[in-house]
Design a protein around this ligand. Structure first.
Ligand code: FEO
Length: 395
């Protein structure tokens, strides 16, 4: 394999996964994902995180080639999730004198996940670990996105190893560094990664950004996706925007519909928004589009207009699943519109109103509910809902 240097003695050691369909067995990854580990070779040798277990054999071979057969002294664990700790046990088995470096939350996870007890070094914010010419310092960033998450700063080259923070879905197809890639092709997967994997923890991400800004960082080296060495403001700006729930003018309309009645209402609302001058409008069928794409767009646009058919006097199942996820993520700062239809008894709109109470977004206009197919009066109310939303969005 190519040797990929961040600097003379700091190496990228990553693998592309184009085989897995669902990341965390839930999130579709049509463009795959990379697992990035890093190696620092000095008087002491340190690995920064590992990789997913599928790649253990090649990973160990590459470490051996880069170290010239010297043993690895430290394994820094920024994040314990198994896509990064998958090779931990193999590394410890190969280098039994290795010391695991983590914070007070890390080693309990090591024991529980891997039934391992080996030498450990507990570090705290601003602890330093000299390796020779290179020195590492540590900063905890709890809940971005697990309790033990931390970042590791190499002080001579000013490289920040960030774990999942600043990561992206999408494999590294030749290019590893941001200046080697067309970032436009990563933008959607970068946002889908942040919003779905980290997005529940926006306040924690804001605190982490403040900590990162105190460091003089030249390179951001995450565990997924591009290594940022040229345009750090690009990714830092996006994290600042997304984690503060800043949105653009636009609307996401989602519906759950069995026989097309609720879908028809969605199209009427979308058309009227467009007539009123709203340009960014996305309409999704909740049964077809995976929630990860919808959630990403909800983070992007200010208005969310949700429609549900009644299903056994409850929400349509795909809508129920989606709004439950949104509630769990605690997304803030949105406008909400509600619509739906039913055959003999309600259940869709009624439960969307409960969602509105829980999520506490500003409800625009009144919920529009039709019995059966869309008729004149409710058609007019769909227009009024769209007009009220357009007024809010364009004011
Ligand atoms: Fe990439 Fe949270 O693991």
């Amino acid at each position: 394999m190519h040797q990929v240097n961040l600097t003379d003695n700091i190496y990228y050691l990553g693998f592309n996964d184009r085989r897995t369909h669902l990341f965390e067995n839930f999130w579709p990854i049509p463009y795959g994902v990379s697992y990035n580990s890093y190696l620092i070779v000095d008087e002491k040798i340190a690995l920064i995180d590992t990789v997913e277990r599928t790649f253990i054999d090649d990973y160990l071979d590459q470490i051996e080639a880069l170290t010239g057969g010297r043993p690895v002294d430290y394994l820094v664990i920024n994040h314990m999730e198994p896509d990064h700790s998958g090779a931990l046990k193999a590394v410890v088995t190969k280098y039994p004198n290795i010391t695991l470096v983590g914070n007070k939350k890390t080693f309990d996870m090591v024991a529980n996940y891997y039934k391992l007890s080996t030498q450990t070094l507990e570090v705290y914010d601003d602890s330093e670990l000299p390796l020779g010419k290179h020195r590492l310092s540590f900063t905890t960033i709890p809940m971005v996105h697990w309790p033990e998450t931390m970042v590791t700063f190499e002080t001579s080259e000013k490289i920040l190893f960030t774990g999942d923070a600043f990561g992206s879905f999408g494999t590294l197809d030749g290019g590893i560094f941001d200046d080697e890639l067309n970032m436009a092709s990563y933008e959607e997967e970068l946002m889908r990664y942040f919003t779905n994997i980290v997005g529940k923890y926006c306040p924690h991400t804001q605190r982490a950004l403040k900590k990162v800004q105190t460091l003089d960082v030249k390179v951001l080296a995450p565990t997924h996706g591009p290594v940022w060495r040229t345009d750090l403001n690009y990714i830092l700006g996006k994290y600042e925007k997304w984690s503060s729930y800043a949105t653009e003018t636009g609307a996401v309309i989602v519906y759950g519909s069995m026989y097309g009645n609720t879908a028809k209402m969605a199209d009427v609302i979308a058309r009227q928004l467009s007539v009123r001058g709203v340009k960014n409008i996305r309409v999704y069928d909740a049964s077809k589009t995976h929630a990860s794409y919808i959630i990403s767009d909800i983070f992007k646009y200010k208005a969310f207009i949700i429609g549900s058919a009644a299903y056994n006097n409850e929400l349509f199942p795909a809508v129920e699943s989606l709004v439950t996820k949104i509630e769990h993520m605690g997304i803030k700062n949105h406008l909400l519109g509600i619509f739906g239809s039913y055959g003999w008894n309600g259940g869709g709109v009624k439960n969307l109103q409960k969602f509105a109470e829980n999520i506490k977004w500003e409800v625009v206009y009144e919920p529009v509910e039709e019995k059966g197919t869309l008729k004149k009066e409710k058609f007019g109310q769909c227009l009024e809902l769209a007009n009220a939303m357009a007024d809010k969005l364009l004011s």
